[in-house]
Design a protein around this ligand. Structure first.
Ligand code: ZN
Length: 115
């Protein structure tokens, strides 16, 4: 069986079905992650919160500052700059992305984080 997105050969437990497509593990995770971050209601409520002038927590503000100075930067660079773990940063980053304050892009197999 082949993945419906990247055409990789897949078998057994790596086969996932999503919206009628057969996907490999990687593409499935991608598809699910995209759905989560593109949830219009979450984005709407998050941007409303920002426009109401609610200030960021210190932790989130620190992320914004680092992204402002260092961005676009890789996960490794940002984590060492902030002195936090990958998981911690991903959690903060997803909040910032929902607020429309930060984004990630993929270039040369690396994910770059920026404002
Ligand atoms: Zn795939």
């Amino acid at each position: 069986m082949n993945c419906g997105k990247c055409a990789a050969k897949i078998a057994g437990q790596d086969v996932h079905e999503h919206n009628g497509l057969i996907l490999c593990e990687d593409c499935y995770i991608d598809a699910v992650a995209v759905l989560k971050t593109c949830d219009p209601w979450a984005v709407y409520t998050a941007s409303r919160t920002v426009s109401k002038g609610v200030s960021l927590t210190d932790e989130l503000q620190l992320c914004v500052d680092v992204l402002k100075v260092k961005g676009p930067a890789t996960l490794e660079q940002i984590c060492s700059e902030l002195g936090i773990g990958e998981h911690e940063f991903r959690t903060r980053f997803s909040t910032l992305r929902h607020m429309g304050l930060a984004r990630a892009c993929k270039k040369e197999e690396q994910v770059w984080y920026t404002l």
